[in-house]
Every structure is written in structure tokens, then in C-alpha cells.
Design a protein around this ligand. Structure first.
Ligand code: ADE
Length: 251
């Protein structure tokens, strides 16, 4: 067992509730205006934190987790809008890599490229991502009986991040077209992952992320979102993280 803690990041408090309930020997520390919960889950030292919403907030939380709490790995669990064909509400996407769909420093740099990094996408840690994929599959199978989405699938692929909640069919269609036209076939969109991935890249900290699809980023996205987070996503997050920690403890 690794002695450095593993961080479990969520964007919203509702997504984190189920995880705090599971924490053994919980201790709360307030830092940079955020609550950090230290304790053990399945015998592993963990720190639970909220990224808050958007790229800047997520980068701050990630930096604090690494600099102050000395975490050795970071796992993000949250929700996303489905963009790829066949990625439906209730499905789960495990991110293989992240990019920023709203980053454009052209003509100085190629559209979507992160200036001075020479790259557009940041890859997640392959081993941790493979374990998370397996944990998501087992968790969905275990939850199937009471799940309003019994045919939910687990996907793995590219996720795009931007400082926008996309809630319009024409906007999401335009985004899909622009991204695929540049060779980026995106499965899902959200508002934090690429920032966490870039900070983890800078510090050399392994990162993996899982997102439950709460909406299709279409005209009804904002209607579906709050109820979904409360009723479905928090249950998924808890089951997936419990299974991941079980897998990590037997490795
Ligand atoms: N997170 C969940 N749904 C989203 C959407 N439609 N746009 C951006 N982030 C999201």
C-alpha cells in the first residue's frame, strides 16, 4: 500500500456527500477557502476535496492537494455533458485524455494548443485509468437493479473542458463539428478536467477521471442537471470510488 494519500476530487458538494459518509477517522482542514477531508477509505489514506467549478478553481484545488496535502495520485469523479455519438445520459465516461475546447491563441499557436507546452491534449495515467475503467464497469453492474438507466455503458476516450455550461443543441453541435474538424473526437464536455490534468502534468502526479453523463449538452441540459446529480451521480461516484479503492488495496 502506498503511504502518500490519494485525492478524490469532485466538483460539487452533492457528488461528494456519499464519499464523506464512508470516510474512516475523518478530519476536516480548511485551506484556500476550501474544505479538505482527510481520513481512510478501505484502509487507504485519502483526501477528499471539492474542485469548485471551472478551470481556475480546479487548478487552485489541485495545486493545494499536491503542495499542502502531498497527495501521490488524484482521481476526479463528477458529471459531464455527453457530446459523442452514443454517449447517453446515465452512461459513464472514463477520460483517456483532456483538452480545452475554449482555448484559442491562434494565430500565434494552433487552435486548442496550450501555449508554451507544445501540446493540445494531456494524457491521464494509463494504469490508474485502466483500474478506474474496471471499477466503473463493476460499479454499474452492481447498481443495475435500482438504476433508472439499466442499460448504462462505460466509455473511454477524450474529454473536453471549458468555462461554459453548454446547454443548447446548436451550440453543442457546433462544438462537436469544430472539435472533430480539428481531429478531436470528444466523448464528453465538462468544466474542470483539463485544468486538473495540466497541473498534474506540471507536478508529475498520476491522474485519472471518471464522469457520469448528466445531460446531452442540449436545450434541456440545465433542467436535467440538478436532479440527476442528486439522485444518480452521487450513487455512481460512491460505488465507483469504493470499487477503485478495493482494487488498489489488493494490488
Ligand atoms: N457538466 C455536466 N453537464 C455539462 C454541460 N452540459 N456543459 C458543461 N459541463 C457540464
Amino acid at each position: 500500500m502506498s503511504s502518500t494519500p490519494i485525492a478524490i476530487l469532485s466538483a460539487l458538494a452533492q457528488e461528494q456527500h456519499g464519499l464523506i459518509d464512508l470516510l474512516q477517522s475523518p478530519a476536516k482542514c480548511v485551506h484556500a477557502g476550501r474544505d479538505f477531508w482527510q481520513g481512510q477509505l478501505h484502509g487507504q489514506p485519502v483526501v477528499l476535496a471539492l474542485s469548485k467549478i471551472g478551470k481556475v478553481a480546479a487548478a487552485t484545488t489541485t495545486t493545494a492537494l499536491i503542495e499542502k496535502f502531498d497527495v501521490g495520485r488524484i482521481v476526479f469523479t463528477g458529471v459531464a455533458g455527453g457530446l459523442g455519438e452514443g454517449v447517453q445520459t446515465g452512461d459513464v465516461v472514463v477520460a483517456s485524455d483532456f483538452m480545452q475546447h475554449d482555448l484559442d491563441a491562434s494565430p500565434l499557436f494552433a487552435r486548442y494548443e496550450v501555449p508554451l507546452y507544445g501540446q493540445t491534449r494531456f494524457a491521464n495515467n494509463p494504469q490508474l485509468t485502466a483500474l478506474l475503467f474496471s471499477a466503473a464497469g463493476s460499479a454499474l453492474a452492481a447498481l443495475r437493479a435500482g438504476n433508472p438507466y439499466p442499460r448504462a455503458k462505460v466509455h473511454q476516450g477524450l474529454v473536453a473542458t471549458g468555462d461554459r455550461f453548454v446547454s443548447g443543441s446548436s451550440e453543442s453541435a457546433a462544438l462537436r463539428l469544430a472539435l472533430s474538424g480539428s481531429g478531436h473526437d470528444v466523448l464528453a464536455i465538462e468544466m474542470e478536467g483539463a485544468a486538473v490534468a495540466q497541473v498534474c502534468h506540471d507536478y508529475g502526479v498520476p491522474f485519472a477521471a471518471v464522469r457520469t453523463i448528466s445531460d446531452r449538452a442540449d436545450d434541456s441540459a440545465h433542467v436535467d442537471f440538478p436532479a440527476f446529480v442528486e439522485r444518480v451521480a452521487s450513487r455512481y461516484a460512491r460505488a465507483i470510488i469504493e470499487e477503485l479503492l478495493r482494487l488498489l488495496s489488493i494490488k
